[in-house]
Design a binder for this molecule. Structure first.
Ligand code: 3PY
Ligand code: MG
Length: 253
């Protein structure tokens, strides 16, 4: 069989805006509902949820039944071994958190590829090669892989150009929550200094020709970031949607 393609990677390379929805309720039924809701991508969050690698694999299998929607997986850390396991279970696009330096960006790139280009450990019978059934998997393995790095600290923003300049980085996502914390405003992503830093970073990524990503629960901020040039923008989080629906319902009775 042929290697599964990565529609998300092709779309961001072509500058086509990709709207995303963020999964934080670690449950396959919820992930399936999100996958069918008409977004271009679903973020499976293994950083801030109790999702195991086995849970992530089930989520990937569920989302695969919705070919219009791509899965993006966020690992718990920028770690070669963690990334190896996620690639083995068939994740194609990763959003690696907390990248602050060029060296950390390079380490993430190295983790994505087999030798001699990188440090990914080789196993021939995992889900990534459909258990050895994808023809020429060894030499073509890197083709559909897509690496997104999360810059979410003041230090990361200082090093934005260097991080975005690492070959093998396909997109850079600005994380407002950790950025706000690193700037001394935890829990306040609407602080003018944070908003300024986010907007400056997105505009800079656009100048550099690097696809930029963002997540906010604020429609106006998302619209502004899309206008400034984000290519992959998550416009909601399942838990927040559930809670706002619940509050609304409770208030009506
Ligand atoms: C952050 O904002 O810190 C995130 O990780 C996601 O947006
Ligand atoms: Mg974060």
């Amino acid at each position: 069989m042929k290697q599964p393609q990565n529609a998300f990677k092709s779309a961001i390379k072509a500058g086509k805006s990709q709207l995303g929805i963020w999964n934080s309720i670690a449950e396959p039924t919820v992930i399936e509902a999100l996958a069918g809701a008409g977004f271009d991508w679903v973020l499976i969050d293994a950083e801030h949820t109790p999702l195991s690698d086995a849970d992530v694999m089930r989520a990937l299998q569920v989302i695969a039944a919705y070919p219009e929607t791509s899965a993006i997986v966020r690992p718990v850390a920028n770690d070669t071994a963690v990334i190896k396991r996620l690639l083995d279970i068939g994740a194609q696009t990763l959003l690696v958190p907390y990248v602050e330096t060029r060296a950390e960006a390079q380490a993430a790139v190295d983790a994505m590829h087999y030798g001699p280009r990188g440090l990914r450990g080789y196993a021939g019978l995992t889900r990534s090669s459909r258990y050895g059934q994808v023809e020429g998997y060894g030499t073509g393995a890197s083709d559909p892989l897509c690496l997104l790095l999360q810059v979410e600290t003041a230090k990361g923003i200082e090093n934005l150009d260097a991080i975005a300049g690492v070959e093998g980085v396909d997109g850079v996502f600005i994380g407002p929550a950790d950025l706000a914390a690193s700037m001394g405003h935890p829990g306040n992503t609407g602080h003018p200094d944070v908003v300024g830093a986010v907007e400056h970073a997105i505009a800079r990524l656009k100048e550099l020709g690097m696809p930029a990503g963002f997540l906010s629960l604020d429609d106006a901020q998302n619209a502004r970031c899309i206008e400034l040039g984000t290519t992959f923008t998550a416009v909601g989080v399942d838990m927040a949607l559930l809670l706002s629906g619940l509050k609304n319902l409770r208030a009506r009775f």
